[in-house]
Design a protein around this ligand. Structure first.
Ligand code: AMP
Length: 513
């Protein structure tokens, strides 16, 4: 079923209900939202020659229009290709080419992508062109029928290594994701509001479905992104806010709260995921904001839907293993099987580490025009996530690291995450990331990159003493490199490849001097 049907149903049920907000200002009711989506669909068909199954890209910052365009694309039966607006235009052009998009919607700041796409390329539609076209079209009557196996969203991976790949998400994948959200993550009511403080091209954008289905509000902060003081100001005025936040965003919100006294008023749920949330950070967040957090673990290839750690478990402090559970990513989503496997794909025992495999309705159909990558990732019906982890006897999954990030020193595996968790409990440490560096005697040695809290001076000796009190000696970092901030990609994920390069550079410099 076409997702635009959900929009039409919500519009029929309550046409005047507020749908799209820019800050506190309501810019469209559900009736107006559906009508605009229908017009966009008509313009796509009649003006830009878009047919069902064609790809239509969006290269623009978060805005209420983003949602109208997404639903216009689906209304027409086409495939949405949301591109991270923080990418360089040449990176975005690569995605547009790879997806063979027929149309690219851009905002003014990104209109110059046109010069990179060539004359035979897709139509580039600016806000001015769109505003000129829409009044000339009536809304399409009914959404083009879409079947379960039809492609709805080409989701380009964040590409922390190599070129991004287009993950093919079908209608069936999105349905599974949406229904599992209601079962395993959170309820959504008409009075609620999705707040888009992270790029809508990625995880944050996926919250649109649950909120459209329920006829709830969609709020785009005026800044278009994540500014903790703006959120603290906006959330109490909006009320019942749900938002996706990467762990770094949660940390920044906590820092802001510590300074301003903000207690989370107006926020119902913060769903965090997309990268490791350290125990010390989430403990602090719960102490400040209370039981407002749910964790999800997913990847583009099984969007939002591998495991979830519930609100109750995150706030629980009496279970004998509450701390271990808080450091886990929770239990398998209802629509998938999760297995921790050896290299042959056989399940390993509880407590043992292996690669995380996923099978079920939310798993992608494959990578767009990339059968080699598809065959390497989807094997015997299982998605090989590239993440390492261990299941405990109760089914809680703890992530270790991406397989390529594991450090092998003296033949023993060291999981950077464990060292990072230990360092983060040392007073004065704000952020940390641990990588391996080639070393002749041991194969690899552990190097820690540390961001200190502004006011405290940190010494390597102090960090070393702390590590000795927390983890086995062989795991402790041999070198500390202090940075003002960690290099991150446009989705806020730490670029470990970049850190490995920096670690090598420092070693070479030390050798020379
Ligand atoms: P992406 O496909 O860009 O969303 O990236 C997915 C990857 O982010 C996963 O394969 C994990 O390595 C990481 N990730 C996602 N959720 C979590 C989480 N809750 N905790 C730790 N890492 C996560």
């Amino acid at each position: 079923m076409n997702p635009a049907e959900w929009l039409l149903r919500s519009a029929r049920k309550a046409p005047d209900a507020p749908a799209l907000l820019h800050g506190v200002e309501v810019v469209a009711s559900y009736g107006a939202f559906a009508e605009r989506a229908g017009r966009i669909a008509k313009a796509l068909r009649e003006e830009w020659g878009v047919w069902p199954g064609d790809r239509v890209a969006l290269f623009m910052a978060n805005s209420p229009t983003y949602l109208e365009l997404l639903y216009g694309i689906w209304f027409a039966g086409a495939v949405a290709v949301p591109i991270n607006y923080k990418l360089h235009p040449s990176e975005a052009a690569h995605i547009v080419d790879d997806a063979q998009a027929r149309v690219v919607f851009v905002d003014d700041a990104r209109a110059d992508i046109a010069s990179l796409l060539g004359g035979e390329g897709p139509s580039v539609v600016t806000p001015e062109i769109l505003a000129g076209e829409l009044p000339r079209h009536t809304a399409m009557d009914v959404p083009h029928p879409m079947r379960e196996e039809d492609l709805a969203w080409l989701f380009y991976t964040s590409g922390t290594t190599g070129r991004p790949k287009g993950v093919m998400l079908t209608i069936a994948n999105l349905h599974a994701m949406v229904f599992a959200y209601f079962v395993d993550v959170d309820a959504v009511h008409r009075e609620d509001a999705a707040l888009y403080a992270a790029p809508m091209s990625h995880g944050a954008g996926l919250y649109n479905f649950m909120h459209v289905l329920r006829g709830a509000r969609h709020v785009v902060p005026v800044s278009g992104g994540f500014d903790p003081s703006e959120i603290a100001n906006l959330a109490p005025r909006i009320g019942n806010v749900s938002m996706f936040a990467a762990p770094t965003m949660v940390r920044r919100l906590c820092d802001h709260a510590a300074r301003s006294g903000y207690d989370g008023e107006g926020i119902r749920t913060i769903v965090y995921g997309g990268g490791p949330m350290y125990v010390a950070d989430i403990e602090r967040a719960v102490a400040q904001f209370g039981p407002r957090f749910v964790q999800i673990y997913g990847q583009g290839e099984s969007p939002m839907t591998i495991t979830a750690l519930s609100r109750e478990t995150i706030a629980e402090r009496s279970h004998p293993r509450w701390r271990e559970r808080l450091g886990s990513v929770g239990l398998a989503h209802s629509c998938v099987e999760v297995r921790v496997a050896d290299e042959a794909g056989h399940p390993v025992f509880a407590g043992e580490t292996g690669e995380i495999l996923v099978r079920g309705a939310s798993v992608m159909a494959g990578y767009w025009r990339n059968p080699t990558a598809t065959a390497a990732t989807l094997r015997d019906g299982w998605l090989w996530t590239g993440d390492l982890g261990a299941l405990d006897e109760d089914g809680y999954l703890t992530l270790k690291d991406r397989s390529k990030d594991v450090i092998i020193s003296g033949g023993t595996n060291i999981y950077p995450r464990e060292v990072e968790e230990a360092l983060l409990t040392c007073a004065g440490v704000r952020e940390v990331s641990v990588v391996g560096r080639a070393e002749p005697e041991w194969g690899e040695e552990v190097v820690a990159f540390v961001v200190a809290m502004e006011e405290e001076g940190l010494e390597p000796d102090q960090l070393d003493a702390h590590c000795r009190s927390q983890i086995a000696r062989f795991k402790r970092p041999r070198h500390y490199i202090f940075l003002e901030e960690l290099p991150k990609n446009t989705y806020g994920k730490v670029l470990k490849g970049e850190l490995r390069r920096m670690a090598d550079e420092v070693a070479n410099r030390d050798k020379r001097s």
